[in-house]
Design a protein around this ligand. Sequence first.
Ligand SMILES: [Zn+2]
Length: 622
Amino acid sequence: MNAARVDEVVGEFVNLKKRGVNLLGLCPFHNEKTPSFTVSPAKGIYKCFGCGKAGNSVNFIMDHESLSYPEALRYLADKYNIEIEETVLAKEEIEQKTERDSLYILMSAAQKYYSERLHEDEEGKTIALTYLKERALTPKTIEGFQLGWSSLGRDDFSQWAIKNGYNREYLVKTGMSFETEQGSLFDRFRERIMFPIHNIAGKIVGFGGRILRSNAKEAKYINSPETDIYNKSKILYGLFQARKAIRQRDEALLVEGYMDVLALHQAGIEHAVASSGTSLTDDQLRLVKRFTDNITFLFDGDAAGQKAALRAIDMALELELNVKMLLLPADHDPDSFVKAYDIEYVEQYFKDHSQNFIAFRIGLLPEDVLRDPIKKSEIVREMLNSVVLIKDIIKRNLYLREISKLLDFDEKVLNDELRRMAASKFKKDNKAPDLTLAEPQVISQEQAIRSQATAVNQEKQLLKVLLLYGSRMYTDDMTSAQFIYRETSGMEWENDHCRILFERYREATEQENNLADVNFLIHDQPEEMRRFVYDVITERYQLSPGWEKFLRRTVVSPDANYKEEVKSAIGYLKFTKISKIVEENQKGVALLETDEAIDELFMLQQVLLNMRKQLAVELGIG
Ligand SMILES: [Zn+2]
């Protein structure tokens, strides 16, 4: 535990920034935009103010890597070169190792085997190493990315592995070997340059293999299949090597192939990663977001590359990444580009030619499209479809202005259209909520609830219920008004009109034995206040139909079930207020300097999160 410092262990997976005596970052266990995940090196613990997760280095590894306690200890021991003396016999020990561990061990052995073939075998040296040198890769790069060579024989690796005691079941499970019906093994990778694929913790989970013979009938690249340890949609090639640079530059550069990653890293552009064996996925972008909010896509200028780029833009916008696009001069790919120019030129080119996605898309259009009003409006609509994915209003407006400027389109028209799109998107997104969704979706649903149900609207709703049903009995010995007072005592109002009217009503009922007439309440109030009250009680502020549907509540006529109305008005108001405090606490963590203050806030936060959970259950939205 002394060796495995929590800031170091967590820091391998989360981008942590110093805040007072602690460190702060985006929680890896739930989706959040504002960092509320704190790490206290002094205490050796982490705490998340958003989802409530907390623990020490071992807990973190257990949760994050889905490992058992002993597995997590082994993981950390391995990382810090601490030998664990286990009391079981060696043979049993091997059997007891989990299957995942065995798969990792096999992959690591395979990497060493293939590297030896590259550097020691005649065939590897003459064919593969020569090729890599022709591509101007340095020994340092070849070493750093642990490249290798798979020989020509049909079962060289499988035989070697069996001879060295590796379980044939695992050879097949990792996809390194195929098994024929007769039970013999042969190799997946033959006569290929081997690119080990690392997970974020640096363990090898799969391989990519590139064939060298140009007349080969086989695919130029093949990859390991999906396995228990290799989930393709959650791995980015090169991220293990790139993550330091990504943090330092606060930017990730997404390229297309293994060789691009190698060439860029070698040239000193070490924040390059590639999606391997799949087209880009949401999960891969989430992986990037753990380290930075800024992503630059470097795509080939061909049609397939452009299509991939457009898809990637929307995915990244939806995850609230800041997206830049970079096109290389025609007839260059990243590999050839960094070889043709020196690093200063390349860096300057990247800087000068990174475009926002609006300018990028317009740049791709042929001249005549912009002269054709119909085509032009189609393009505008397409771009608005991307802009509408951006949740940050200020950013949205900046992009609108960009479209307006570059395409010479009236900004107000764009704005109206965007609003219409946003409304219909909101409706569509919230049409049929599945209330049994997993955690991240539940959180986004909560966000939806919060955005629609502002505290002020909830206050108006509660005021309405008070004015309409306050005098009716809630229980045998308590009016609805008394019940509302009790439940909201000490609450701070956001809307002044609501606060004043609430107080006046309370004074009136206390003095006049539960008789408070709305007209009496406002008879001496200014015109503005009177209008406010009538607006409230004529149900203008009732929950919108979409909201009702959203919550799967049947719309009961208010009078028929006033107790329900009272209860739910209080419930939603509390839910909204608690959510707001929770959110503020999350942001507030950054400002706290002492451990004591953080502990105190964390305890409060746990209480609030529990209260909110309870309320959500009661309201049928949890
Ligand atoms: Zn969290």
